[in-house]
Design a protein around this ligand. Structure first.
Ligand SMILES: NC(=O)c1ccc[n+]([C@@H]2O[C@H](COP(=O)([O-])OP(=O)(O)OC[C@H]3O[C@@H](n4cnc5c(N)ncnc54)[C@H](OP(=O)(O)O)[C@@H]3O)[C@@H](O)[C@H]2O)c1
Length: 329
């Protein structure tokens, strides 16, 4: 038997999430069974714990897009019994049963060996949000970002992606301008490495003109919508925005002028289907470039029973930093 957060749909189409004891024969088919130690709460998890947002295919469903733990049973030589592993993405926790359980059964190809120097708890403090922040920074570096080019903007800074991006950029020597709608998080953001706090309201209105003054050498954008349109008008010549999220909406009410007259690049970042070799490199970068004391200061912990409330909180933009779920608590 194992404990899991199970989401069921009633006849009226409403979803209900409860912690249940399941027998091992309920586990989906997979090459590797993992004894899950920790999971986490990302924005997408909020959708899957609640009404689904069109992501969940079948009910009853076990959400949790990330997990880390120890291999319990395996048909794949790459992942022997006892090995520590981490999983993010691959539509686990959406189309497949995920990490909000003491056991998970998955395809071997979806796993990544836990990098040296990280614990399973630290891996989940990073989770999809932190993994994506690292992907975004690597993409900006690959397009020429260096600390001497000027300040880097991080939007949705007090959230998961934003907090990890701020801490990594700070460690790498960047000036970091952190955009937040929660002024009370200013000290927290500065402790992570932000050198400037930009109130969300400064970037909330649609652009008044196609180009504004050249301000940012790069941007990790977790917000999208009007804010992204506004940021594009403020990028320095030849610089790039990594588009990660849509916390402020999926529309992009922008013009192409920043691309045409300033050579600005808009880089799309996807964490879900990243190829395995890129995952290994990205986790290694996280192990070296994310200061672990800063990661520790972002963490709050919870249990499976806390997830229905935490799911609603993250959809409401109310979670600061990263939530770690101890599935055995
Ligand atoms: N592309 C990918 O593979 C990928 C991977 C992970 C996440 N994402 C996406 O990235 C986004 C952030 O994820 P997360 O896990 O970091 O979520 P999160 O912890 O909830 O952070 C989002 C942050 O955005 C800000 N925000 C919320 N609503 C806003 C609004 N209406 N207007 C402007 N800012 C708003 C808030 O920051 P402040 O309180 O500081 O303002 C909030 O903390 C989500 O859209 C998520 O789906 C994409």
């Amino acid at each position: 038997m194992f404990k899991a957060l199970v989401v069921e749909k009633d006849e009226g189409g409403k979803t209900h999430a409860t912690v249940q004891e399941l027998s091992d024969d309920r586990l989906p088919e997979g090459d590797v069974t993992v004894s899950v130690e920790y999971s986490t709460v990302n924005y997408k998890d909020g959708l899957c714990i609640g009404p689904g947002g069109g992501l969940v295919r079948h009910y009853p469903h076990v959400p949790g897009i990330d997990f880390a733990g120890t291999v319990l049973d395996s048909n794949d030589d790459r992942y022997p019994v006892g090995m520590k592993v981490v999983l993010t993405g691959w539509r686990v926790g959406e189309a497949h049963w995920g990490g909000y359980a003491q056991k998970a059964s998955v395809k071997a190809d979806w796993l990544t060996p836990l990098p040296d120097g990280l614990t399973t708890k630290q891996a989940m403090a990073i989770g999809t949000a932190g993994f994506t922040a690292m992907l975004a920074i690597i993409a900006l570096e690959n397009h020429g970002l260096t600390p001497d080019r000027g300040p880097v903007l991080v939007t949705g800074a007090a959230g998961g992606v934003g907090s990890v991006a701020t801490a990594i950029l700070g460690k790498l020597g960047y000036e970091v301008a952190a955009v937040t709608g929660r002024p009370e998080t200013a000290d927290y953001l500065k402790s992570l490495g932000a050198t400037q706090i930009v109130p969300r309201s400064d970037l909330a209105d649609p652009p008044q003109r196609p180009l504004d003054s050249e301000t940012w050498a790069g941007c990790v954008d977790a917000v999208g919508g009007t804010m992204l349109a506004r940021v594009l008008t403020q990028m320095k010549y030849g610089c790039s925005v990594a588009s990660v999220g849509l916390a402020g909406g999926p529309q992009l009410p922008a013009t192409v002028i920043p691309f045409l007259l300033r050579g600005v690049n808009l880089l799309g970042i996807d964490s879900v289907l990243q190829p395995p070799e890129n995952r290994v490199k990205t986790w290694q970068r996280l192990a070296t470039d994310l200061p672990m004391d800063k990661l520790e200061s972002m963490i709050q912990t919870g249990s499976l029973a806390d997830l229905p409330k935490l799911g609603a909180d993250i959809l409401g933009g109310q979670i600061k930093g990263r939530m770690v779920i101890d599935v055995n608590a």
